[in-house]
Each structure stands twice: as structure tokens, then as C-alpha cells.
Ligand binder design. Structure first.
Ligand code: NAP
Length: 487
């Protein structure tokens, strides 16, 4: 199978923070891969903007070194690499003062290409950079702006940021990245739901017992402690990634696969989330060190910190489709395995016709795996092969993409590859709209406020476990249990 490559118009992409971790590790390798696949460049330019004194050649050397680390050797063809490096340029500027902006303007002024400004910098620079882009004359009507999370710290700050950006950009020009939405499996979820007649009739509270959404990491916060300790699992993961996944599972079919039609439906879900009844539906945790490894406080370098490195929340959606079907969300660091998945657990067969000796039936589970091994499996109960009478067993119908598609020679593009190309094509479907971000914060704010005022801090859990005991209880008291955290 050959991946279809849709050509894009030439562009000028200015990456503020082009020397930083995100740009070097994700964004620039993604652009390089698109070029190798024949999509972007060579008529386009990528201009990095940051404070350090590098010059274009210094920046190119830095990017070359990063590509050698982050791109597979099979893709590092010397000719393509030279071509890519040739498209790079560098402007030294400081977002916080006037230096360098005239130089950026001069780089852009004679170009007819579509412009993208990608803000891969700390969020407090989003507004100053946007203002200086406007005052330095860098904006055209076709300009697009890309911003990375965190999009605010709470509802008030998110609204303030949205309003600041709205004084300079139209909403149709703003692309708020949630890289989870760029994953192949996440989009496949929409194809699965809306391009097959099979699931939609049973995609509701009558047939779905509950849904579990898990984003678990094995790593701790070391190296990112200063940032993480100001945020915690609820702000860093729940408010954006997990709620966005929940929206895609729970939303009604949009009338068309168009940006605003999809985002309207996601927004309705966010606005239907029931406020949490009490503290019992939220469990926050913080990891303990084991085997001489540091605990959270040490990793974060923040003595006495009450920031949570784990959160589990039972969410209910107050609408006709989902009334009575809980969604259990959990995310955390230093957990047993690195795994991100959505599991739709269907109700069990209403009555078993088989003798007890056959073994019980088990609910069907549709598991959508985001990482590792992106793919979808459907767990079915079948007869165990062989003689010896009727014995039931569970098997997965496996659609692991690497196996199913990779075996046919198709490389699965990474999330940033897709998202950057969507920006260039002007497709906002996979990007969060201002009202979505605000609705998510509105629901999250009381959870954070309750945690801040609670007499007790987060529950302690062992590193590399499945999280605090209380998170297990969150499910057990409903007669359910979390799926095992297995990579
Ligand atoms: P980083 O490694 O600290 O890089 C920050 C970049 O901003 C550097 O290139 C830095 O270069 C530049 N910069 C800092 N102050 C500046 C100023 N006053 N004017 C111009 N440039 C300035 O940060 P990062 O990890 O790449 O993250 C960038 C953004 O993406 C943040 O908002 C972060 O929350 C978000 N994000 C990151 C990741 C990730 O995996 N890293 C994931 C999701 C979201 P100079 O020092 O040379 O100026």
C-alpha cells in the first residue's frame, strides 16, 4: 500500500523557539519526514527565531544533529537532508524586546508564500509575540498562528489568553495543538464510529457499561520538575488530552467532517459533563520512590509539594446517549507501564446458555491503543479450539496498525507530521477552538480548587505501580476494575 501524499502550497514557517526541545525533537523531524515523503518543501522556508546567537549555519548544524538522533537512519538520505537544511534560516530575536523584529520582517517582506507562526515557546510569550508580529508588519490576511499547551492555567487565564490572541488574529487563523488528536488511532476512532454502521447503534448507555481512558507514563518528572510542579496531572493531562479523547468517544455524529461541525459536537460533550458530586469521584496521587529512586518531591525539587503526579476521575455525561455510563479517566507518572488507551467496555451478554463448565462469558471490549503499538482490538468470546466440549475463551480481534498496515509497507506518520500539514492546508478539525478550551477549564477548575483546599494532600503510591489504592477503589465500589497497565 502506498501512502497518498497530498501536495501543499509553499509556505514560510517561522518557529519561535526553534532551538528548543519541542522544535528539535518533534517539529523539525516531523517536517523533515514530510519532505522525505514528498509532501513539503523545497519551495518553502523554515525560519527559526530565538535569542541565542547562532546564525543560519549554526542553526542548520544544530538541526542536523537533532535529525540524526530523532529520525531513523533509513530516512536520512544525504540529498534530502541537504535539501532540508538548505530550507532553514535563523533570526536572532527576543520576544520581550524590539531587537530582531525588523530582521524578521525583512526576511518575510518579499515573500508571497502563506505564513505560519509556530509559538514553540513558554506561554507567557504568546501575547507579546503576537503583538510584535502585528506591529512589525509580519502579518498577512492568510497568516496562521500555532500555539502549544498549556493554554492557560485555569478558566480565567485561558479566557484572557484567548481574548489577547483575538485582538490580533481571527479564530480561523489560530491552531491550538493537542498532539494526542494528531495520532492515527484517534482519527481512526472517528472513522470507526462514523464510517461503519456496526458500532453506532450500540454506542450508548444501553450497551456500553463504561469507558476507561488511560494515559500512563513510566517516567517521573525529573528534568521537567519546575514546569510540572506548577501544573500537575489534572492541568497537564486531564484538562486537555484526556477530555479531548473523551469528547471524541462521546460526541454525536457531526453532520459533516468539517472543523466547526466536529468542534461543535465536542463542545456539546464538554458542556454536558456533570459537575462532580463530591471528593469521592476524584483521586489524586503522588509517587513514592522505590529501590533508592527519588520520590516526586525530590524529582520536582519542590519540598513539601502537594502537586499531584496521578489523577483518576469518574466522569458522567448528562445527556440521553450517555446517562448511566460512567467514563473513568486516569493519568499519571511513574506508573507500571507506558500506555495510552481508550477501552469501551460493553455490557455482558444478558443470559448465558452455556453450562458452568464452559466458563463464563466476558464483556466485549473495544480497546483503542494510542501508544505503544497504535491500533484497535476488539475482545470477543469464542469457543476454545479442540475437542473436550464447549469451553469459552477470550481472543482479541487485532488491528495493530504496524502489523496490519506496516506489513504492507506503509509508514504511520507521527502526530506532528499530520498536525503541521493540517495547519498548512488550513484544516482546523484536529485543533481546539477557544470555546472548547474554556469549557474544559470551567469543568476542571472546581476539581483543582477542591484539591487546593483539601486538608490532605495527594495519596501516596509506589513508583511503577498502578497508582494509589483509592484509585482502585474508585472502580471497585462500582463493581468494576481498571484494565491492567501493560505495554
Ligand atoms: P524549551 O526547550 O525551553 O525551548 C524554549 C525556546 O524558546 C528556546 O528555543 C528558547 O531559545 C526560546 N526562547 C525563550 N525565551 C525567548 C524569548 N524571550 N524570545 C525568543 N525566544 C525565546 O521549551 P520546549 O520544551 O521546546 O517547549 C516550548 C513550548 O511547547 C512550551 O510552551 C511548552 O509548554 C510546549 N510543549 C512542549 C512539549 C515538549 O515535549 N517539549 C510538549 C508539549 C508542549 P533561546 O533561549 O535561544 O531564546
Amino acid at each position: 500500500m502506498v501512502a497518498r501524499v497530498i501536495p501543499v502550497v509553499p509556505f514560510d514557517l517561522v518557529v519561535f523557539g526553534g532551538t528548543g526541545d519541542l522544535a528539535q525533537r518533534k517539529l523539525l523531524p516531523a517536517l523533515f519526514r514530510r519532505m522525505v515523503d514528498g509532501q513539503a518543501l523545497p519551495d518553502s522556508r523554515i525560519i527559526a527565531a530565538a535569542r541565542r546567537d547562532l546564525g543560519a549555519d549554526g542553526f542548520r548544524r544544530r538541526v542536523e544533529a537533532a535529525l540524526r538522533v530523532h529520525v531513523g537512519p533509513e530516512q536520512l538520505d544525504p540529498d534530502r537532508l541537504a535539501e532540508f537544511l538548505c530550507a532553514l534560516d535563523y533570526v536572532r530575536l527576543d520576544a520581550a524586546d524590539e531587537d530582531g523584529w525588523a530582521a524578521l520582517f525583512h526576511r518575510l517582506k518579499d515573500s508571497e508564500r502563506m505564513r505560519v507562526f509556530y509559538l514553540s515557546v513558554a506561554p507567557q510569550l504568546f501575547a507579546p509575540i503576537s503583538e510584535r508580529l502585528a506591529t512589525s508588519g509580519c502579518l498577512t490576511p492568510d497568516t496562521r498562528l500555532v500555539v502549544e499547551k498549556p493554554l492557560g492555567h485555569d478558566f480565567a487565564s485561558a479566557r484572557k489568553l484567548n481574548r489577547q490572541l483575538a485582538t490580533i488574529f481571527d479564530e480561523r487563523q489560530i491552531y491550538r495543538i493537542d498532539h494526542f488528536l494528531g495520532k492515527e488511532t484517534v482519527q481512526n476512532l472517528m472513522a470507526l464510529r462514523f464510517a461503519n454502521a456496526l458500532f453506532e447503534p450500540i454506542w450508548n448507555a444501553r450497551h456500553v457499561d463504561h469507558v476507561q481512558i488511560t494515559v500512563a507514563e513510566r517516567v517521573g518528572v525529573r528534568g521537567r520538575g519546575a514546569y510540572y510542579d506548577q501544573n500537575g496531572a489534572v492541568r497537564d493531562m486531564m484538562q486537555n488530552h484526556l477530555l479531548q479523547l473523551l469528547c471524541l468517544i462521546a460526541m454525536e455524529p457531526p453532520a459533516h467532517f468539517e472543523p466547526d461541525a466536529v468542534r461543535d459536537e465536542k463542545l456539546k460533550v464538554l458542556r454536558s459533563l456533570k459537575p462532580l458530586d463530591g471528593p469521592g469521584d476524584v483521586v489524586l496521587g503522588q509517587y513514592r520512590g522505590i529501590n533508592g529512586e527519588p520520590d516526586y518531591v525530590e524529582d520536582a525539587g519542590s519540598p513539601g509539594s502537594r502537586t499531584e503526579s496521578f489523577a483518576a476521575i469518574k466522569v458522567e455525561i448528562a445527556n440521553w446517549r450517555w446517562n448511566g455510563t460512567p467514563f473513568y479517566l486516569r493519568t499519571g507518572k511513574r506508573l507500571q507501564a507506558r500506555v495510552s488507551e481508550i477501552a469501551v467496555v460493553f455490557k455482558d451478554a444478558p443470559h448465558s446458555i452455556f453450562p458452568a463448565s464452559a466458563g463464563g462469558t466476558n464483556p466485549n471490549v473495544l480497546a483503542i491503543r494510542l501508544q505503544p503499538d497504535e491500533g484497535i482490538t476488539l475482545r470477543l468470546t469464542i469457543k476454545e479450539p479442540g475437542p473436550g466440549g464447549m469451553r469459552l475463551c477470550q481472543v482479541p480481534l487485532d488491528m495493530t496498525f504496524a502489523k496490519t498496515l506496516g506489513a504492507q509497507g506503509l509508514r504511520i506518520p507521527g502526530a506532528y507530521e499530520r498536525l503541521v500539514m493540517d495547519v498548512i492546508r488550513g484544516d482546523q478539525t484536529l485543533f481546539m477552538r477557544n470555546d472548547e478550551v474554556e469549557a474544559a477549564w470551567r469543568w476542571i477548575d472546581p476539581i483543582i480548587a477542591a484539591a487546593d483546599t483539601a486538608p490532605e494532600g495527594p495519596r501516596s503510591y509506589d513508583s511503577y505501580s498502578s497508582g494509589p489504592e483509592e484509585a482502585l477503589m474508585l472502580m471497585h465500589r462500582d463493581g468494576r476494575r481498571w484494565r491492567a497497565l501493560a505495554a
